[in-house]
Design a binder for this molecule. Sequence first.
Ligand SMILES: Cc1ncc(COP(=O)(O)O)c(C=O)c1O
Length: 405
Amino acid sequence: MKEELAINGGEKTLSKEFNWPIFDQSDIDVVQEVARSGNWGNPDCLGLVQQFEKQFASYCGSKYAMTCVNGSVALRLALISCGVRPGDEVIVPPYTFIATASIVLEANCVPVFVDIDPDTYNLDPAEIEKAITPKTKAIIPVHFAGQACDMDAIMKLAGKHDLRVIEDAAHAHGGEYKGKKLGSIGDAGCFSFQSSKNLTSGEGGIVVTDDEELFDMMNSLRNVGRVKGGQWYEHHNLGCNYRITQFQAALLSEQLNRLENQTQKRNENGIYLNDLLNKIDGISPLTRGHGETLHTYHIYIFKYDKTKFSGLSKREFAEMLAAEGVPSFMGYPEPLYKQPLFQEKNFMCYAIPDDVDYTKVCCPETEKACYEDAVWIMQNVMLGTKQDMESIAEAILKIQKAAIE
Ligand SMILES: Cc1ncc(COP(=O)(O)O)c(C=O)c1O
């Protein structure tokens, strides 16, 4: 049986390629049109860029949207524009991409890591409350993998303690919480358009908000400190050039037309795959029913219990599954606070208080997710057929059978 595993030269369970990004002639046409027009840049933040921003704001049910070069810059401009001061504390989860926390340092603020809920891998509101101090100024909840955070609880805490909420929706384009688009619930919602994301132009980012003052400041910061009605060489704020090109905007407008159907498809497949995997001893998909009305499945995550696989490590299991043709891997190898950046305080010129010490931070649920439990399957697989979902379950059962044989 062991020799039948694809990793040992046997036949793959799933032999299909899962492409990403998905595009056709219409995407090529809009990019060619921009090339022919000669209007490639975006000096005044107008034209196709502004058109896409309006389209995305309306899709999210927000008043304003501002594009910028990537999701990290989107988060940083949103945080700075909220008015944080050096030394302020910002609550972030440790189970996320580095940018969620590193942009806090880049704003001369202190990331405070709060553990995740093991059922959803999102910030646990009970833990947030314990971490709030007089220095806390903002919370950055990440809708991890496209699963909505408990936004009612987070907004309630923010109201009680006068905190700003910046949603990190880099995984969550089109996702919903109680019928509201993710990103549109807090003070600002930030998205990434990097290559792997559910809406992409290769690179890029956007912030949505209903707050005009916040929007005007972010706009100024992405456009070298210029202000509405000001002159070209008149700079009021410490910004930079973070503008995207017309090529990106044209592609994004075209891609946005596909997003809703794709999100519905991933959501349906996710529910179906949950049913299939819940039947396998030792495999537990993250739970639903925490307010998400549409899950984007940027990542499909399930928990792996090696004791039901004869002690096969998570890494080996994920490699075997990938060999079977299911694009999967073990996810983050460790919590963010374990990265050399935090452990060695490699904060360079940034003004981070001396007494900050990440060597004693411990978030047990995040450590369990990284070291033992979490296995990831990427979003393009979730655009497959029902048969593909069945093949994923089949591949896992094949590995389990070989392991316990
Ligand atoms: C949760 C999360 N936040 C922020 C970002 C940053 O986005 P970008 O890579 O566009 O800067 C990413 C990107 O992978 C992400 O996964």
